[in-house]
Design a protein around this ligand. Structure first.
Ligand code: SAM
Length: 275
């Protein structure tokens, strides 16, 4: 039996696909609070059911009325109350900011239980510099606004991380190719799930791939910082040269494609040039 929780707001990260990623502390907290504020009571109801947790659910998002926010905060000032989102870490492209801000203003204790977030997982998978990154949420879905956003970030000296949806992926990649030319891009898809993939390449290579294989599921995009492109090309050449010293161009392209996730056809073309 876990020790009773003190009053306050508990921000609880939940899995982004694989339920095995829930933390022991998240389970104990979701069990130990007196209510759970959540985006969608059906989604959170299913999650809690899976872990055999019975809880009072209160629907909450940042567009909720002041009255709903007041109600949750009044409870949290007396009892432990959790905030979860549909998946991943609350507040990260998800509701919670206004609630946390208001809780802090009122002196209500706030604590956060770390756990899954697609942005961080994508960054750790992409093989792009991870020492400095800028997470910019969802790219706008209108072409002009999307390009303006990308142009505004073009000189940021950091890896960029975005969330994207499958139907918009190729349009977003095409805009990235034009507004941030020469950058390596990673498409991190269906993370923690059965069809997880992290495919890297130039935006053009990725447009070609995903036009031929329309993607499904959830997607995070990771884009190399400015100045990385040249280094990456050089590395690819070195890998191809090494592979060419022991095999044919087609074998070299296949081996380097496997190692880097880059497009095999493009690598074959480059291998033929290097031969
Ligand atoms: N709060 C969540 C987090 O911490 O990752 C993000 C919520 S946001 C509303 C949902 C978006 O996150 C999706 O459209 C997708 O871009 C990204 N995402 C969520 N789960 C993902 C997954 N398993 N694989 C790739 N991207 C994912």
């Amino acid at each position: 039996m876990d020790a009773p929780l003190s009053a306050g707001l508990y921000i609880v990260a939940t899995p982004i696909g694989n339920l095995g990623d829930i933390t022991l502390r998240a389970i104990a907290t979701l069990r130990g609070v007196t209510a759970v504020a959540c985006e969608d009571t059906r989604v959170t109801g299913k999650l809690l059911h899976h872990f055999e947790i019975k809880q009072k659910l209160i629907r909450y998002d940042d567009h909720a009325s002041e009255a709903t926010r007041d109600h949750i905060l009044a409870l949290a000032s007396q009892q432990p109350v959790a905030l979860v989102s549909d998946a991943g870490t609350p507040l990260i492209s998800d509701p919670g900011f206004k609630l946390v801000r208001a809780a802090r203003e009122r002196g209500i204790p706030v604590t956060s239980l770390p756990g899954p977030s697609a942005a961080i997982m994508a960054l750790t998978l992409a093989g792009l510099p991870s020492d400095r990154f800028l997470f910019a949420g969802f790219l706008p879905n209108k072409d002009k606004a999307r390009r303006d956003t990308l142009r505004g970030l073009a000189t940021v000296d950091a890896t960029l991380v975005f969330y994207e949806t499958a139907p918009r992926l190729t349009d977003a990649l095409a805009a990235i190719g034009e507004e941030l030319p020469g950058r390596e891009v990673a498409v991190a898809r269906e993370l923690t799930k059965r069809f997880e993939e992290c495919r890297t390449g130039s935006a053009d290579e990725l447009v070609a791939h995903y036009s031929a294989h329309p993607p499904k599921g959830e997607i995070a995009l990771v884009i190399a910082p400015p100045g990385e492109a040249a280094a990456i090309e050089h590395d690819v050449d070195a890998l191809l040269r090494a592979a060419l010293s022991i095999g044919k161009a087609s074998q070299a392209a296949a081996a380097v494609a496997k190692a880097t996730g880059l497009d095999r056809k493009a690598l074959y073309g480059r291998a033929m040039e290097l031969k």
